[in-house]
Ligand binder design. Structure first.
Ligand code: RB5
Length: 150
């Protein structure tokens, strides 16, 4: 499995923790930046980079971080085919994969402690999409995209 990582300055330290954690699990990461927490940067740039890598199948999933997880997830969700879930608890992390087939996860460094954030990542990666009626609903999300991306 290959994971694309991205963040702005507000999510940089959490991204590093996630990268380290995934490394200990033997999971390959592609880091799309940013590369420090000292220079203020714009989260849409990094959300878009990771999202485009996911839809191009350069990586299997994306994990992005900013201060709240919100801005960078909004950016990622502008890319057709992306279902990026902002999550702050393990139950939602599991459900975002099981029911929504989220292909990106977004976390807020200013919201979550490292321990919980890594538990969320683990819960998310270890959960499978359940398909069935949930597939119909996920397909309906794609229909909305098609309507507005002619
Ligand atoms: C940056 O200050 C902050 O606005 C950003 O990291 C994120 O929280 C936006 O949603």
């Amino acid at each position: 499995m290959k994971i694309g990582l991205g963040c702005d300055h507000g999510g940089y330290n959490l991204k590093l923790e996630i990268k380290k954690y995934l490394g200990t699990k033997g999971i390959e990461c592609v880091d799309f930046g940013t590369n420090n927490d000292t220079e203020s940067v714009d989260y849409p740039i990094y959300g878009q980079k990771v999202a485009e890598a996911v839809v191009a199948n350069e990586v299997d999933y994306g994990i992005v971080c900013c201060g709240t997880g919100i801005g960078i997830s909004l950016a990622a969700n502008k890319v057709p085919g992306i279902r990026c879930a902002v999550v702050s608890d393990t139950f939602s992390a599991k459900m975002s994969k099981a029911h929504n087939n989220a292909n990106m996860l977004s976390l807020g460094e200013r919201v979550l402690g490292k321990g919980l954030a890594l538990e969320i990542v683990e819960a998310w990666l270890n959960t499978e999409f359940e398909g069935d009626r949930h597939l119909r609903r996920v397909n309906l999300l794609s229909e909305i995209e098609k309507k507005y991306n002619k």
